[in-house]
Design a protein around this ligand. Structure first.
Ligand SMILES: [Zn+2]
Length: 205
């Protein structure tokens, strides 16, 4: 049985950068690997994964894994933004891992901006994928807690509650700790990000 890994972390926790570094090392050591991403994510070009810090690697964008078959000799499959696939796509990956020698390494988010788990990420937990948390600090000014949630804001800095799980790049997201998520999402209907940042800066002067 081959390994199925899940590297998870919030947005901007350098998941895509980590994937690019892994791809670079696999290429350097002559391993045969494939890089896949859901075609729903077109933050950049559809045939590339581009990390926020500028690392990039070629990828195949697929709408789902229904007809996916790794090429002969593939040793590793790297998957970016795995949360945008479906639970049945994850089942397909489990099948590949359990019936071949291919190591599968998934990168993605666990929780959306309403505090709910993405179905594909949930399926990875259910399937007992080997989990690796990529930790990063809460993005609210002055907070040093580790981030595990997201808040989504409109252009005016107001919290967007509800809405689609698959909105990519259209709104402004902040990766926040549990405390900040609960106090803002549930506890403060009038919270405004721009005013909050302005006030924090004023206090720091
Ligand atoms: Zn915080």
């Amino acid at each position: 049985m081959a390994k199925l890994h899940f590297y998870y972390g919030v947005m901007a926790s350098s998941k895509s950068a980590l994937l690019c570094i892994n791809a670079y090392n696999l290429r350097r050591t002559d391993n045969k690997f494939e890089v896949i991403k859901p075609s729903i994510d077109n933050r950049d070009s559809t045939s590339k994964i581009v990390s926020r810090i500028g690392l990039s690697t070629d990828a195949r964008a697929l709408p789902n894994l229904d007809n996916y078959k790794p090429k002969r000799g593939t040793q590793f499959i790297l998957i970016d933004e795995v949360q945008f696939f479906s639970p049945s796509d994850i089942d397909k990956l489990v099948q590949i891992a359990d019936h071949s020698k291919i190591t599968i390494i998934c990168y993605g988010l666990v929780v959306d901006s309403n505090g709910n788990m993405f179905p594909a990420s949930k399926r990875l937990f259910e399937a007992n994928a080997e989990k690796h948390e990529i930790e990063t600090v809460c993005e609210m000014p002055g907070c040093v807690n580790s981030a595990n949630n997201h808040l989504r804001f409109d252009a005016k800095g107001n919290v967007i509650r509800g809405g689609s799980q698959v909105e990519v790049g259209a709104s402004q997201y902040k990766s926040v700790c549990r405390q900040h998520f609960n106090s803002i999402y549930y506890g403060n209907p009038n919270f405004n990000l721009l005013a909050y940042i302005r006030d924090t800066k004023r206090r720091q002067k």
